[in-house]
Design a protein around this ligand. Sequence first.
Ligand code: SAH
Length: 248
Amino acid sequence: MKFDILTLFPGMFASPFNESIIRRGIDKLLIDISLHNIRDYATDRHQTADDTPYGGGAGMVMKVEPLAACIEAVKSQNPLSTVVLTSPQGRRFTHNVAVELAQREGLIIICGRYEGIDERIRQLYVEDDISLGDYVLSGGEIAAMAIVDAVTRLVPGVLGSGDSAESDSFSDGLLEYPQYTRPAEFKGIKVPNVLLSGNHEQIRKWRRLESLRKTLTLRPDLLHETTLTVEDRNFLAELEREVDTIDC
Ligand code: SAH
C-alpha cells in the first residue's frame, strides 16, 4: 500500500511514522509512505503557498498552483492512487471507510492548512473527501496520520497473529469485549472467573455477551447496522431481562 502525503509541515510526521505498527509495516515492505512538501512546488522567490481569500475575510487560503503541481507530480508517479482530501466537510472516517480505502492501490492524501484549499483543487483532482469528525482541526496532518494508521492495520500481514484485528471494535459491527491482564485482583476488583477457567467455549460465549453488553450500553446505534446471530439475539434478550430486574 502506497501512501503519499502532501503537506506544508512534513516534520510533523517523523515520530508517529517511526514507531510501532506503522514502522513494522514499513520495515516489512507492506506499506510505503512518502512525504511531499507542497512549498517545494511554489515557483516564486518566497515559495508562497497561501494567499488572502477572494471576497475578503479572515485567514489565508492555500494557493491552487503549488498544490496542483504537487498533486500532478505525485499522481504521475502513482497513476492508480486515489486522491483524498482531508476536510471537515468530507464523509466521516469510520471502520468501513478504512476497509474501503485499504482496498485501493494507494492514497494521495492532501493536508489542508489555514482556511483550507482553493476550491478548484477539489473540482479538478479530489476523488474522496474524508473528515475525522464534526470539529475543526488546525490542519489535515493529524487526519492523515489517523487515516494512515487505521488503514495500515488492515493491510494483510501488518498485524501479527499476536494482535489480530478481527476482534477489534467495529470489525464485526460491535464494540470489543472488556480485556484484562495480570494481576487477577486489583483494588478489590477481580477478573471475571470465566477468563481464568481455560474453558474456551465458555470464554467465547462470555466475550460475545460482554461485547453485546458494551455495544448496547455505549453505542446502541451500532446494533441496528450489524447482522446478529440467533445466539446474539438470545444474549440481548438476556441483557434486557437483567435491565428489567435492576429497574424493578
Ligand atoms: N475553513 C474550513 C476549515 C479549514 S481547517 C472549513 O470551515 O471547512 C484547515 C484544514 O484542516 C482543512 O483544510 C483540512 O485539511 C484539515 N481539517 C480540519 N478539520 C478536519 C476534520 N474534521 N477532518 C479532517 N481534516 C480536517
